[in-house]
Design a protein around this ligand. Structure first.
Ligand code: DP6
Length: 357
């Protein structure tokens, strides 16, 4: 074992984190450089949809030749995920000097089935990044303070852009924006102001319209914004939507909130429809559901709205005190869902460090 100051290279270290997924209200779609966003995005950190990851770092017999990686997803080796993670870890040697000296055993699993069609890269990459930062903190005798979480967010971003927003609870923003103090393209930050009570504990019912893989990977999708005829207008529009949304999150104006959130979701899909090649990621049932939501809202005045990721599933957003009225809407929508599946989630407090053996 070598020890310099508080550094304990050559020791075994273990870390275990549970990290949630998130749903963007202002969408990240288009990137530049090394995983930097073309516009600032804003998301709600979820609670029930999460990944648990355990990482054990053991010293290599020959220091400087690593990192070696053994990867298990839900107890089984998974070559596709392992290849992505190995590539990711190679670039992280610039951020973690212990990496070339260790073998990493990475074990991970999700709270939701892969077939649910929920993007797992945000929860998965943030859980892994937090584990790596905890291992570094153990080896160097560092605190898990604000600097720790900022680094965890930056490291998450290098794995998957949206993952950097999962490192904090509540509502987070990634990308430099004048309305958000401290915002940065490098990592996400939490909102620095009090949310209006109507948005605290916001509910998200995820209507599974079609399970499984998306029609286009996120990385391919982001690339389609390069040279897209509407790209610059889209980035400017997202920035304007974020400015307005920041105001609404303070004032509590639900109708304006719903208008902005739905406009963002449909703008994202409009970008895919008008890219070359184009992608239609909504399913006929996604449209049926959107029309039903609009009809229900007009008839009942319920505070409810929708958003979508780059796929066919619909996230139904509503304040906790509208749960009873929204329950009847969900029953109307359930027949349009794959096997009637609706995953109930809500705004959460962010990642949790678990004690692990
Ligand atoms: C539509 O974060 O999955 O969900 O950085 O290539 O991993 P990579 O992309 P990813 O893109 C997410 C796109 C989105 C919108 C969002 O979450 O902001």
């Amino acid at each position: 074992m070598t020890e310099t100051g508080n550094e304990k290279h050559g020791e075994r270290a273990i870390a275990c984190w549970k990290s949630p997924s998130n749903i963007a209200l202002i969408k990240y779609w288009g990137k530049r450089g090394n995983q930097l966003p073309r516009n600032a995005s804003l998301s709600i950190t979820l609670s029930n949809a999460y990944t648990v990851t355990r990482v054990e770092a053991a010293p290599l017999a020959q220091a400087g030749t690593g990192p070696e990686v053994e990867f298990r997803f839900e107890g089984e080796p998974n070559p596709a995920f392992a290849a992505r993670i190995e590539k990711y870890l190679k670039q992280l040697t610039a951020y973690f000097d212990f990496l070339p000296d260790v073998k990493l055993l990475i074990e991970t699993g999700n709270s939701f089935p892969h077939s649910a069609g929920i993007a797992s890269s945000a929860s998965g990459m943030s859980a892994l990044a937090l584990c790596l930062c905890s291992i570094e903190a153990q080896l160097k005798g560092q605190q898990e303070d604000d600097t720790f979480f900022r680094k965890a967010s930056l490291i998450s971003r290098l794995g998957s852009g949206s993952a950097c927003r999962s490192v904090f609870g509540g509502i987070t923003v990634w990308g430099s924006h004048p309305a958000i103090a401290g915002s940065s393209d490098e990592y996400a930050v939490q909102l620095d102001f009090e949310l209006h009570p109507v948005f605290r504990g916001l509910m998200d019912a995820i209507l599974i319209v079609h399970p499984g893989e998306k029609g286009v990977s996120s990385s391919k999708g982001h690339q389609l914004m390069e040279g897209h005829p509407y790209a610059e207008a889209r980035f400017a529009h997202a920035a304007k939507n974020l400015s307005e949304l920041a105001g609404v999150l303070k004032s509590g104006d639900w109708d304006t909130f719903a208008g902005i959130v739905e406009n963002e979701a449909l703008s994202l899909h409009a970008m895919m429809l008008t890219s070359s090649p184009w992608f239609m990621l909504m399913h006929p049932n996604s449209l049926m559901i959107i029309n039903e939501i609009e009809k229900f809202r007009k008839q009942t005045g319920t505070k409810v709205c929708f958003t979508l990721d780059a796929g066919p599933n619909i996230h139904l957003l509503y304040p906790a005190d509208e749960a009873e009225r929204v329950a009847s809407l969900k029953e109307t929508l359930r027949p349009h869902c794959h096997n009637g599946v609706i995953i109930e989630d809500f705004m959460g407090n962010g990642p949790e460090k678990l004690s692990c053996r």
